[in-house]
Design a protein around this ligand. Structure first.
Ligand code: TA6
Length: 278
């Protein structure tokens, strides 16, 4: 079943199905939870998340668009702070499909002077699929970057390892210097990296939860991995001081110059997430 309910200041599309449960905030087109049947939450949501239309929700899958990070203002673009429209939903025995849309309007023109149509399609079942299709509806070409900035739920960052993201990265903690690291990442301090030759799948191994999370990205040119560690968590009002221990972001990212679309052209950025037992 698909229902819409109000939570604090935002409307949430609630999905309840034999294969999975999930919730999407129309503010931001932001997935806020996803739990396949018989599993615990796969996506992390901050216990101090604020469902306020003036800010982005902490956790879930923020949609960063039409730029990533501080390539423009506001940081990570305006899509995560825009009101999306529920376009359609369908279900069968395998799962539920929900599509949202966002089009340019006066508010977006004030920030970014281009016409666009975005469709965000979620497929919920034993797997989670998220597809963001951006179409140029203007009469001139434009470029964009962005990310599906997924926060994953883990038991303890100190025990987790991540593989499959490649070994070349720009280290944002050290002023974006180019680095080469090992194929396996363990995290014991703030990590903020743009992996520039990403492979598939990226796998988060979470021994305490006896599971692996598999992340298959498409339409991207980079994978960002982020954990704020303690000092940064303490500095963020919408994160509990130690909550960095139970999350890690692995993001399907379009980085740098981004994608250029001529009038009428489209591009899709995707992430596909599944879980297996260890
Ligand atoms: O994707 C990593 C990152 O760009 C970090 O640099 C960090 O700031 C994070 O995203 C969260 O950004 P936000 O604007 O949501 O606080």
């Amino acid at each position: 079943a698909v229902t819409i309910c109000q939570f604090q200041d935002v409307k949430i599309v609630r999905i309840i199905h034999q294969t999975a449960e999930a919730g999407i905030s129309l503010h931001g087109g932001h997935l806020v939870w996803y739990k396949p049947a018989g599993e615990q939450d796969v996506i992390w949501l901050s216990e101090k998340a604020e469902f306020d239309t003036q800010k982005a929700i902490r956790g879930g899958i923020p949609v960063c668009w039409p730029w990533f990070g501080k390539a423009g203002a506001p940081s990570h673009g305006f899509a995560r702070n825009s009101q999306w429209t529920l376009h359609e939903h369908r279900e069968n025995e395998k799962g539920v499909i929900v599509a949202l849309t966002l089009e340019d309007n006066e508010e977006t023109h004030a920030i970014w002077p281009h016409k666009f149509h975005n469709q965000l399609t979620f497929e919920f079942g034993q797997e989670l699929k998220v597809h963001l299709t951006s179409t140029n509806t203007d009469d001139h070409e434009w470029s964009y970057s962005g990310a599906l900035h997924s926060y994953f739920n883990i038991d303890d960052i100190n025990t987790v390892s991540i593989t499959g993201m490649g070994d070349k990265y720009l280290d944002s903690v050290q002023g974006d210097i180019a680095c080469e690291g090992g194929e396996t990442l363990t995290i014991d301090q703030e990590v903020d990296r743009v992996y520039t030759e990403p492979k598939n799948p990226i796998i988060i191994t979470d021994p305490n939860n006896q599971r692996q999370i598999h992340i298959e990205n498409q339409g991207h040119n980079a994978a960002v991995i982020w954990n704020p560690w303690q000092a940064l968590s303490v500095s963020m009002a919408d994160m509990a001081d130690n909550s960095y221990e139970t999350m890690v972001c692995v993001e399907s990212t379009i980085h740098g110059q981004g994608i250029t679309l001529a009038p009428g052209e489209s591009h899709t950025l995707s992430t596909i997430v599944s879980v297996s037992k260890l």
